[in-house]
Design a protein around this ligand. Sequence first.
Ligand code: NAP
Ligand code: ZN
Ligand code: ZN
Length: 355
Amino acid sequence: MTKSFGYAAPEKKATLEPFAFERRAVGPNDILIEIQFCGVCHSDIHQVNDDWGGSIYPMVPGHEIVGRVAEVGANVEKFKEGDTAGVGCMVDSCRRCASCEAGLEQFCAVHTALTYNGTEMDETTPTFGGYSTNIVVDESFALKISPEQNLAAVAPLLCAGITTYSPLKRFDIKHGSKVGIVGLGGLGHMGVKFAVAMGADVTVFSTSPTKEEDARKLGAQHFVVTKEPGALEPLASQFDFILDTVSAPHDLNVYLELLKYNGALVLVGIPGEPAAVLAPLLVMRQRNLTGSAIGGIPETQEMLDYCAAKNIVSDIEMIGIDAIARAYERTVKGDVRYRFVIDIASLKSIAANVG
Ligand code: NAP
Ligand code: ZN
Ligand code: ZN
């Protein structure tokens, strides 16, 4: 077994606390990653709070993991000791179903082993995430990371990055596309960076007037404060694609109305409550309402390589693990600029003191 030390929520809505646990021994296809940085995704907060139901405790959150390969199993080909590796939202899947064969392991027909708040392929052994000192993972589910980039700022690419890159690619966003990004948080700011890099004309829809300057620095051409009465009216039927990253319940109809004929509103935010949709808004202009879940392993590697080539990383606020409760509070208030990342060295020093 491999000793690990993390921060865990012992029960629903609990404050995270120190948690010593064991991971499996490094198997022939596994690598052991000593974690250096882990991003704080709003999904971590939803799951600690059991917003989606079915949460498993104790829960060690964290699925934006970057670290150094400390050990490799006998059959490992992709990595050697000392390499930089990443882990996102999944650590395994059946690898045989049509989805897995298509590189869409997040839609595995049998079981997707989520990085935390899930189970291994035996559907029994709980998984523990990246707010921890190390992780053992099959090399097929580990990503290669360029050591040249700022690794703390690369960590959020493993979830916020792929979750926004994937739908932009699926809808063929390019020069001339008119794109809206709703919510300027962890996902939203990456959505802006990618849409700008792909050549789109980008509008940010935000509840926070104070984020306008940042949105423009990220490359967005337009910024709309959605709380201002009448702000959306002049924009009706103008957009090809709108990516909704909002974590809390809100009205989708106002964004459907902004789509052109055959345009698409893609939900990536996952509020815990249902949303009402006005059918005429979809019917009359053949608008599309759909969702998107992270991205498969091949596309995640493609996104990381794209980011390395274009020098795209996340804008981050680095914290020690002792500041995690405050980081959660600020994220829920929409006050994150634009991703908290935990420096895992802070956890290692606590682990050393605990012994
Ligand atoms: P985040 O950093 O907290 O950003 C969400 C943003 O939404 C906020 O910064 C805020 O932006 C806006 N917002 C918050 N509350 C709002 C409200 N009541 N009304 C309107 N706007 C509000 O969260 P994140 O980490 O980007 O995650 C966003 C959502 O995506 C979460 O639900 C998360 O679980 C989900 N997610 C999904 C996937 C997937 O695969 N589909 C992957 C990762 C995360 P403004 O201040 O600009 O308004
Ligand atoms: Zn996430
Ligand atoms: Zn499968």
